[in-house]
Ligand binder design. Sequence first.
Ligand SMILES: [Zn+2]
Length: 331
Amino acid sequence: MSLLAPWLQSQLQTLMLRSGHAFLLQGPSGLGQYELGLALAAAWLCQQPTSDGACGTCPSCHGIQVRAHSDLTVLMPETEMLALGWPLSEKAQKDIDEKNRKPSREIRVESMRQLLGFTQTTGSSANGKVVLISPAERMNTITANTLLKTLEEPPGNTRFILACHAAHELLPTVRSRCQNHSMLWPTVEQAGQWLQSQGVSELQTLVLLQAAGGRPEDALALYQAGIQASQWRALPMQLSRGDPGALADNPAALVLSSLQKLCHDMLQTSVGGPPRYFQAGDLPKTANFKALSQWSRELLQSAKSVDHPYQQGLLLEAWVNRAQVALSARG
Ligand SMILES: [Zn+2]
């Protein structure tokens, strides 16, 4: 099994000692819910687990490593399945390949129906079966209601792990049927070491971690999107001059979340608070609270439609112009 990050390893050991048939791993994104959920599933299914988790070498562990385990069902949006190397159902793959259907960003009700079939068959070993749903908030109402029935009457020896980044978006009835586990945050040192183990240089880690609000996986995602620490630090002043800097050529969601972080920090510092995502010295010196509040509301509005199709170049230009206006308004 690939080595779990240290803050996840201790949580895995805690969870392995708990009994129950459904667990909700919840917290903000970027803390490792999916990795922890998969490690817990592997430990439950492993033929010779230790107190540290799955052995990593038995046939069950091998089945998970090659993404083909008859007693594990993974429910994810198709976009995430593809990104994490899980196979889609034959039919879904065919629709995407031949009918040009876009991979779904929701957990489709079709996969939930397959799940029902899965829970009704007998598991191949005494360890039972496991269902991992990630991120669980991507179930639409129909899918969630289908799951609810299974959670109410759990089929013999099937256990559920719901990895979640926005527990408030889950049906309360789904939440209440799960044992809750709140994800722990890594220390700055743990997160820094983990980032270095993923190939981020030591000099970059602190700035990128701050840019990600302390969430290590999000910091890694920034790094993988090609954002360097020096570029992040230069961004506020560049935007105040109408220059997109490192945001150019990045996906809309990343651009928008970066603008929201900058807007947040400008609002914070304009009322004497500490910035969260940037260093105070890197922010424009003057701020106009009213202009920033207005910008903040507009960004929130844009965030609601960020997944919709759009012309990337035009939108980036409009957003950067808008940022320049808000950042250069005098107090
Ligand atoms: Zn094993």
